[in-house]
Design a binder for this molecule. Structure first.
Ligand SMILES: Cc1ncc(COP(=O)(O)O)c(C=O)c1O
Length: 460
């Protein structure tokens, strides 16, 4: 065990040298951060000061199998000893096995995988494949990409401009990539078209895709990209009409349909892939996070035979190189990770414990006037907080609801980042009902305190 002085020394070094995503070191210093995590097991992590926390978001919705699985370390160790990498233009058996496994798991004729190291890269690759595909077919004018407001597909130069909303931080990076179009999200709690039912909202939002295609001209549209269920909007599950309609519209106008399963994939929603809830097979599916439970970097762009075949023969190969594409060590870890998900029935656990979790969150609606909506599926759940249930108004930025709730949850043993008024629950898929109870209890207390301070609710 390190002494308090040693622990503080490490923290100060972090403040001097480390650049953590979306955070600045002054703010971090003021709040006593960063926490330096030293170990983890299941849904829990321990920091250098010996504090133990439940990680309610499984890292960034990625540690699907939970922390501390030595089997992954063993698989990595064995592969590094065999070969850590391979010469230019070659591959390794372990990478071939992973590609075969993904083709077996993925729906429809999604049979060819281009590997990368993260969700952003996987989506960049998908957009490039879509454009190149049209180009090969003599339609170079198809450069526009339709995505949805309130979606998130990553932070790199191109995909940054897909999606739109608070999670997509574009302000410093203009001008925008040309041809990025945005349509409404099928979020029945806040339907942009005023749809009165889930079904009406879904239909209107799908129709907006067709309208957009026709307005700009199908001959200019390359692809439509969407998460089956979008995380930044707090997991609104589209009504069953939505994805089949989108599939049909894409087919009608020759638009490539890309499903971003970066968060939803590998069991999070109670199916291996979330598109299975809708019985729809996309043309391209991107995966990351849960494919390897973030034990190492790994992602993939899984492409249908129809599209992949257009890159074979003559000079038609995909001109796209990423040094760490198909990394053998990551492949070994990913295969072991997938086998743990399958052998330990984690997809079923996500479904069953997720239903229990959602019930508990819904029960909180009675007690907490600020809870506006509870939504999601499997272990992909969210609670939207509102200052007024009738008007669904959010909170004044001065209230700093996100910062305050995050601190309250921390004081109750949760690492659980409240992103303003949306609480997103995405724990490891190995979570038990007892651990769900712990989370729900802590959230209950945190909300009571916050409501009391705000002059509403029981403690007011
Ligand atoms: C749906 C979705 N797509 C893409 C990404 C980007 O993945 P990465 O951060 O690995 O680049 C994320 C990350 O959170 C995501 O949630």
């Amino acid at each position: 065990m390190n002494t308090p002085a040693e622990i503080e020394h490490v923290r100060l070094k972090a403040l001097n040298n480390l650049w953590i995503h979306n955070r600045d070191w002054t703010e971090m210093a003021e709040s006593g951060g960063p926490h330096v995590i030293t170990s983890g097991k299941g849904v829990r992590v321990t920091d250098s000061q010996g504090n133990n926390w439940i990680d309610v978001n499984a890292g960034y919705s990625c540690v699907n199998i939970g922390y501390g699985r030595p089997e992954i370390a063993q698989a990595v160790y064995e592969q590094i000893n065999k070969t850590p990498f391979c010469p230019i233009g070659t591959t390794t058996e372990i990478v071939i096995k992973l590609a075969e496994k993904l083709a077996e798991l993925a729906p429809g004729d999604l049979n060819r995988v281009f590997f990368s190291t993260g969700g952003s890269e996987a989506n960049e690759t998908a957009l490039k494949i879509a454009k190149a595909y049209h180009n090969h077919r003599g339609e170079p004018g198809r450069y526009r990409v339709i995505s949805r407001k309130g979606s998130y597909h990553g932070m790199t130069g191109g995909v940054l401009w897909t999606g739109d909303g608070p999670a997509v931080q574009k302000a410093d990076y203009g001008p925008a990539y040309p041809g990025m179009l945005h349509v409404p999200q099928p979020n029945p709690y806040r339907c942009e078209f005023g749809g009165k039912t889930e079904s009406e909202c879904a239909t209107l939002c799908a129709q907006a895709i067709e309208d957009t295609i026709l307005f700009y001209g199908p001959e200019t549209i390359s692809a439509f990209i969407g998460e089956p269920i979008a995380i930044p909007q707090g997991a609104p599950v589209p009504s069953k009409e939505y994805w089949p309609m989108v599939r049909e519209i894409c087919d009608r106008y020759g638009v490539i349909m890309i499903a971003d399963e970066v968060v939803c994939g590998f069991g999070r929603t109670g199916k291996m892939f979330a598109m299975e809830h809708f019985n729809v097979s996309p043309d391209i599916m991107t995966v990351a996070k849960g494919i390897i439970s973030a034990y190492l970097p790994m992602a993939g762009t899984i492409v249908s035979d129809r599209i992949a075949d257009s890159f074979s023969g003559g000079d038609s190969s995909l001109k796209h190189v990423l040094t760490n594409s198909g990394h053998p060590v990551s492949a070994a870890a990913a295969l072991k990770n997938i086998s743990i998900i399958e052998e330990e029935n984690m997809v079923d656990n996500a479904k069953e414990v997720g239903e229990y979790f959602k019930d508990q969150l819904e029960n909180m609606i009675q007690d907490h006037p600020f809870v506006g909506d509870v939504r999601g599926i499997g272990l992909f759940l969210a609670m939207e907080l509102v200052s007024d249930r009738q008007t669904k108004a959010g909170f004044d930025p001065d209230v700093q609801i996100g910062v305050r709730l995050t601190e309250k949850f921390k004081s109750k043993g949760l690492i659980f980042r409240a992103r303003e008024n949306i609480l997103h629950f995405g724990p490891p898929l190995c979570i038990t009902r007892q651990e769900v109870d712990e989370i729900v209890h802590a959230v209950d207390l945190g909300l009571w305190e916050f409501e009391g301070e705000s002059g509403v609710g029981r403690f007011a």
